[in-house]
Design a protein around this ligand. Structure first.
Ligand SMILES: Cc1cc2nc3c(=O)[nH]c(=O)nc-3n(C[C@H](O)[C@H](O)[C@H](O)COP(=O)(O)OP(=O)(O)OC[C@H]3O[C@@H](n4cnc5c(N)ncnc54)[C@H](O)[C@@H]3O)c2cc1C
Length: 370
C-alpha cells in the first residue's frame, strides 16, 4: 500500500502495561509489531507508583495465571536490573480454607497466623480475632519501574498516535485502523486500550460489557516505628473494622495506599451527577478505617490517586479476552499483576489468530454476574 495507506503485521492499540507487555513479547519473538498510543506510555489505568501482586483469587485458573506471571516478573527483573515486585508479601483477613483453595490447588505457598500474632506479620494492624492468611511470595509491584522498563524494551515500536477506529473491511484483507496520520491495514490487531477497549472492539463486532467508575485511593504516612521493616500488602474482608479494604506500601517511601473493595464503592461517572462529594465521602470512610484498623499509619491522607476502575460482570479480579479473526481484545479488573503472562498469551493470540484456551476459560467466568 502507498500514500496515506500503510500495511503492518501486528498492531497493538494502547501502551499501558498490557499493550506494552504484549508488544514486548511479540518483539522478542521477532514479530513485526507496532504499538499505538497518543499519550505517554502508562498514563491510563497503569499510572501511579504501586500495585499489589497477590496470588489469591476466587478463580483457581486466575491463581495459576498469577503464579505463572510471577515467574515472568522475575525474568523481567533480571532483564531490567530493577526490583519490580518487593519482598513484602500479602496478608489477608476474613478468609477461610475455601478462600485458599485455589492457592492449595496450584501449589502456591501460603500460611495461616493467629489473630494474636497479627503484629508479627503486619505491624501497623490493630488487634484482630480471626486468623490471617499470609501469601509470602507476593508483594508490591513497582508500577512506574515496570512501565519504564517495558517502554525501553518496546522502544521505537511505540508510535505516538491514537487509533480513532477499528473495522474489518469486506474485502477480507486484514483489519483497518484509522489514525490521525493515515489508514493502516494489519494482519492482526490487539486491542489493549483499557477503558476504551469496548468502543474500539465494537468496530470489529465484539461486544464487551465493561463497567467504568471513579475510584479514590488515598495514601497515608507510616508511623516511624513501622518504617524499618517492609510492610505487606493487605486485603481485609473480615468486616471487623467496618469496611472491605485493600492496601499496599508505596515501595520504600514510608507511605501506604488504602482503597475500598466491593460493589458500590466506586463513583458512577455515567449518570452526569457531580462526583466530588461522593469521592470525599469515600476518603473519609478510608481515613476512619485507617484510624480503627491501622493505628500504625497516620490517619490523615497526604495524597490521593483518583482513577477509572473497570469491571466486567464477574466483578473484582474478572478478566476477559475476546477474539474474532484478525482481532483480539482484552480488559478487566486488577490486571497489572498478570501483565507478563497476559503479554505472552496475547502474543500467542496475535500470531496464531485464535484465543488461547486459558483466556477462553476465564472469560466465560468473567461474564457471569458476581
Ligand atoms: C487505583 C487502581 C488500583 C489498582 N490496583 C491494582 C492492584 O493492586 N493489582 C493489580 O494487578 N491491578 C490493579 N489495578 C488494575 C490495573 O492497574 C489495570 O488493570 C491495568 O493497569 C490495566 O492496564 P491496561 O494496559 O489494560 O490499560 P491502561 O493502562 O489503561 O492502558 C490503556 C492504554 O491505551 C491507550 N489508549 C486508549 N484509547 C486509545 C486509542 N484509541 N488509541 C491508542 N491508544 C489508546 C491509553 O492512552 C492507555 O495508555 C488497579 C487499578 C487502579 C486504577
Amino acid at each position: 500500500m502507498t500514500g496515506f495507506r500503510h500495511r503492518l503485521d501486528i498492531a497493538v492499540i494502547g501502551a499501558g502495561v498490557l499493550g506494552l507487555a504484549a508488544a514486548d513479547a511479540l518483539a522478542r519473538r521477532g514479530a513485526d509489531v507496532v504499538c499505538f498510543d497518543g499519550r505517554q506510555p502508562g498514563q491510563g489505568q497503569s499510572g501511579g507508583l504501586t500495585r499489589t501482586f497477590r496470588h489469591r483469587h476466587d478463580d483457581p485458573d486466575v491463581v495459576r495465571l498469577a503464579a505463572e506471571s510471577l515467574e515472568h516478573w522475575r525474568t523481567w527483573e533480571k532483564r531490567s536490573g530493577r526490583v519490580l515486585i518487593g519482598p513484602e508479601g500479602t496478608v489477608y483477613a476474613g478468609m477461610d480454607d475455601s478462600d485458599a483453595e485455589g492457592m492449595r490447588l496450584q501449589g502456591v505457598r501460603h500460611e495461616w497466623t493467629d489473630g494474636e500474632r497479627a503484629g508479627d506479620v503486619f505491624g501497623p494492624l490493630a488487634p484482630v480475632s480471626g486468623p490471617l492468611l499470609v501469601d509470602p511470595g507476593s508483594g508490591a509491584i513497582r508500577a512506574r519501574n515496570t512501565i519504564d522498563a517495558l517502554s525501553e524494551w518496546v522502544g521505537d515500536r511505540i508510535t505516538p498516535q491514537d487509533v480513532h477506529g477499528v473495522s474489518v473491511p469486506e474485502d477480507g484483507d486484514g483489519v483497518e485502523l484509522q489514525t490521525a496520520d493515515g489508514i493502516y491495514r494489519a494482519r492482526h490487531v490487539l486491542i489493549c486500550a483499557g477503558t476504551h477497549t469496548p468502543r474500539l472492539a465494537a468496530g470489529a463486532g465484539i461486544g464487551i460489557p465493561l463497567d467504568c467508575a471513579l475510584h479514590a485511593r488515598p495514601h497515608y504516612p507510616v508511623r516511624d516505628q513501622f518504617q524499618r521493616t517492609p510492610l505487606p500488602c493487605w486485603v481485609d474482608r473480615s468486616g471487623a473494622f467496618g469496611e472491605t479494604v485493600y492496601g499496599s506500601p508505596i515501595g520504600t517511601t514510608g507511605r501506604y495506599v488504602v482503597g475500598l473493595i466491593g460493589n458500590g464503592v466506586d463513583v458512577d461517572i455515567n449518570n452526569g451527577l457531580p462526583t466530588g462529594t461522593e469521592m470525599e465521602a469515600h476518603v473519609r470512610r478510608l481515613s476512619a478505617y485507617v484510624e480503627r484498623a491501622l493505628p500504625g499509619l497516620v490517619p490523615e491522607p497526604v495524597g490521593i490517586r483518583v482513577c477509572v476502575m473497570s469491571k466486567l460482570p464477574g466483578g473484582s479480579d474478572a478478566l476477559g479476552a475476546w477474539h474474532t479473526p484478525g482481532v483480539t481484545a482484552v480488559t478487566g479488573h486488577n490486571l497489572f499483576k498478570l501483565a507478563p503472562v497476559l503479554g505472552e498469551l496475547l502474543a500467542d493470540s496475535a500470531q496464531e489468530d485464535r484465543l488461547p484456551d486459558e483466556l477462553a476459560r476465564v472469560t466465560e467466568r468473567a461474564l457471569e454476574p458476581a
